[in-house]
Design a protein around this ligand. Structure first.
Ligand SMILES: [Zn+2]
Length: 143
């Protein structure tokens, strides 16, 4: 707990508007670009720390994704919970959310010719990934 009269070190620089990125002022890993925070004797990723302060513990196995692609940003509105699989699958630049995967799965039963390519373009992923999702080879964990 902070003591009376203690000056808390400033950790975050807020953006000029409420929806701008919040720049982490603590340590930032030169290798990964993620902010870091010492918390209860261990090093956490700054954006995960911020998320947990505001919304509570992050469920086991889930990761926090930066919707803004700015890894040192800790604006909670730019953070979303996603699965580890979604962050690493196919090493693609674009990360699907669970919601998008459900939408892709839902399109399977009513799909028309070219639907896979259309969805791939829309979500910025490969055509192969859409087919992997449809045929249960990717994102099996999303019903
Ligand atoms: Zn941001």
């Amino acid at each position: 707990m902070p003591k009376h009269g203690q000056v808390l070190r400033q950790l975050v620089q807020l953006g000029e508007t409420p929806d701008a990125c919040w720049q982490w002022l603590g340590r930032v890993s030169p290798a990964t670009g993620y902010g870091k925070k010492q918390f209860h004797g261990r090093t956490m990723l700054a954006h995960r720390w911020m998320y947990e302060q505001l919304f509570g513990p992050i469920p086991e196995g889930l990761v926090i994704n930066h919707k803004c692609r700015n890894r040192s940003c800790v604006n909670p509105h730019h953070l979303e919970v996603t699965t580890q699989a979604g962050n690493t699958r196919h090493g693609a630049g674009t990360i699907l959310t669970a919601e998008q995967v459900r939408e892709i799965k839902a399109a399977f039963s009513t799909r028309k010719w070219g639907e896979g390519r259309r969805l791939a373009r829309r979500f910025g992923v490969s055509n192969a990934l859409i087919h992997d999702i449809w045929h249960g080879r990717a994102w099996k964990e999303i019903a």
